[in-house]
Design a protein around this ligand. Structure first.
Ligand code: MG
Length: 384
């Protein structure tokens, strides 16, 4: 089996929107990249990628620049893969990483590599007639507890309305993030207090403070202490993702779990976050960290350091499916992040959208990623 094509399609839908006074659900991503890897065996693999899709497309479509075989270092990702055996995921990952090293390593290049890597694992699963988690080496569980992942509403009453909606949908855990959080410390506490009182004692509350709000480590510690009475399961991204020493300062000062990692990439980046940042929870996004090939290394590092891995997953059912396979492989899994928005790019890229059952999502049992991509939807939303 050989790779015959690597493509990225750019999709567009209506934008992210929250009524400033309301409790409405945000509508999800506006733009999305979908990577498709095709083989001569008639097997295709897919992944979405949350990045600047037009730049990722350029990284994939760029020509082969190197003239000497084995010396590739600034080549288009597709040119590095065409004609290769898609089952050699580990070698192909490194071929892409080194072959794009002069313009890559992080950012868009690793995000495009991540999506291609996920598509290669999807192909491998379809070839070996197994779901991806079996190829990874473990099915510790057949379902994963989901937390509803959404944006902060602007007023306490709107927070309560939102929480009631999620409880009605069956969620037993909800994460609020970004939005108005960080502009007014008193309002922040009132919003979190409202969420906790509506959730009651038995459900979990998670908080993403959003690092676009500039904080020093001591200010971050104050934020954590102000929210501690409401017992958040974790508090996420208090600081700039590369402020490793700041994360260590916060983690060492408080009892609440500190989470970070959705922006982090590669095993070397996560090593830094774990050993220097001393966070309690790492949150690799499979489409940003380097795909399954890197995620399984992160799982091993987190296991060694005895910290939690809760993958970041806030785009489509494709990424949520990939994250479910990863969660099935983790010896200790806590949650799957489930984007609650009903926007078309979140919900209509696969033929059978994922549905919550009693607060859990089932680990897909089909081959590869175990979900069937709806090519009709891709055609409908494709702009490039
Ligand atoms: Mg986040």
């Amino acid at each position: 089996m050989k790779i015959t094509n690597v493509e990225l399609f750019i999709l567009k839908s209506e934008g992210l929107y929250v009524n400033p006074e309301g409790s409405e659900e945000p509508s999800g991503p506006t733009y999305m990249g979908i990577v498709k890897v095709t083989t001569d065996a008639g097997i295709c693999g897919y992944s979405d990628v949350e990045t600047c899709a037009s730049v990722a497309k350029a990284a994939i479509d760029a020509p082969k620049w190197s003239t000497e075989p084995g010396m590739e270092c600034f080549d288009g990702l597709a040119s590095l893969l065409i004609g290769e055996n898609p089952l050699e995921v580990e070698r192909l990952w490194y071929r892409m990483y080194r072959g794009s090293i002069y313009y890559g390593r992080r950012g868009v290049a690793i995000q495009a590599i991540s999506a291609i890597d996920i598509a290669l694992w999807d192909i491998a699963g379809k070839f070996y007639q197994q779901p991806v988690h079996i190829l990874l080496g473990a099915k510790w569980r057949s379902k994963v507890r989901a937390y509803g992942s959404t944006l902060f509403r602007p007023r306490p009453e709107a927070m309560r309305v939102a929480v009631r909606q999620y409880l009605d949908q069956g969620f037993t855990a909800v994460k609020f993030g970004w939005g108005v959080f960080g502009k007014d410390p008193q309002l922040d506490v009132a919003l979190v207090e409202a969420a906790r009182s509506e959730l009651g004692d038995r459900n979990d509350l998670l908080v993403d403070t959003g690092w676009f709000v500039e904080r020093t480590p001591k200010e971050a510690i104050q934020v954590v202490r102000s929210l501690e009475p409401y017992r958040p399961f974790f508090i996420e991204e208090l600081l700039h993702p590369e402020d490793y020493d700041g994360y260590r300062q916060v983690s060492e000062a408080v009892d609440t779990r500190i989470a970070c990692g959705e922006q982090e990439a590669t095993q070397w980046g996560f090593q830094e976050l774990i050993s220097r940042g001393k966070v309690d929870v790492v949150q690799p996004d499979l489409t940003r960290c380097g795909g399954f090939t890197v995620a399984r290394k992160i799982a091993a590092m987190a296991d060694q350091a005895n910290i939690l891995v809760i993958p970041h997953s806030w785009s489509s059912d494709l990424l949520t499916s990939a994250s479910l396979h990863f969660n099935a492989f983790l010896r200790r899994a806590s949650f799957i992040e489930f984007n609650t928005s009903e926007g078309p790019l979140s919900r209509s890229l696969v033929k059978e959208p994922l549905r919550l059952k009693d607060g859990y999502l089932d680990v897909p049992e089909g081959l590869g990623l175990g979900v069937e991509v709806d090519e009709e939807s891709i055609r409908k939303y494709r702009i490039q």
